[in-house]
Ligand binder design. Structure first.
Ligand code: FMN
Length: 186
């Protein structure tokens, strides 16, 4: 049987299978990508997030955030982001380059309606995330639907690295070539 990592099309299928698994299964490696942005000072920023949606047809990945979090300002200033996943069982690293859009308000009302009540307190706390406070408890959770932000990432490029027993295989798939893949030297 041919193994998926030896063929480009099968590799891309495997990427989307694992991303879908990340959305559906809280224990899947793709559940918690690292989201990298360009900081307001021009330096790199990276943080763990939860993958909330992965749609192959539109090549979009969604993450939810408090609209007052630092990453939101960063993305508004520079929407080119990168998501990273390491899947140890698949020996697979994903680097997902995207252009992100911040969506709030009425457009995301159906998604807000689906956020479980306890989780709603993640959106709207005071003071805003990242504000210096005198003691760790000097903040209060508050539910504010207006602070619910969807970071909708339109993928531009998917890069894979598979660590195989025989060899390492690196590939790149780009939206502007209709996701045709090419192998890269690892
Ligand atoms: C396991 C885990 C999951 C997280 N999921 C999210 C998430 O889905 N959205 C989010 O905004 N922050 C999430 N965070 C918190 C971020 O890592 C980060 O601390 C926070 O968003 C503030 O980052 P920022 O100031 O760069 O915006 C998560 C953290 C951990 C450890």
């Amino acid at each position: 049987m041919t193994e998926w990592h030896t063929e480009l099309a099968a590799t891309l299928d495997e990427v989307w299978r694992r991303l879908a698994h990340g959305v559906a299964d809280a224990c899947a490696p793709a559940r918690h990508p690292a989201l990298a942005t360009v900081g307001r000072d021009g330096g790199a920023e990276v943080r763990t997030v939860v993958l909330r949606a992965a749609d192959r047809a539109t090549a979009r990945l969604d993450v939810h955030s408090d609209g007052a979090a630092g990453k939101i300002d960063e993305i508004r200033a520079e929407p080119r982001v990168c998501l990273h996943v390491w899947d140890p069982a698949g020996n697979l690293q994903l680097r997902l380059r995207a252009t992100a859009e911040i969506v709030t308000g009425a457009a995301v009302a159906p998604l807000w309606a689906a956020v479980p009540t306890p989780a709603r307190a993640n959106y709207g706390g005071t003071p805003a995330p990242g504000t210096p406070i005198a003691a760790p408890d000097d903040h209060a959770a508050r539910v504010d639907a207006a602070r619910f932000a969807v970071v909708s990432c339109a993928l531009r490029e998917i890069e894979t690295l598979h660590l195989g027993r025989d060899r390492h295989r690196r590939a790149r798939f780009r939206a502007d070539t209709d996701w045709r893949g090419t192998w890269l030297a690892p």
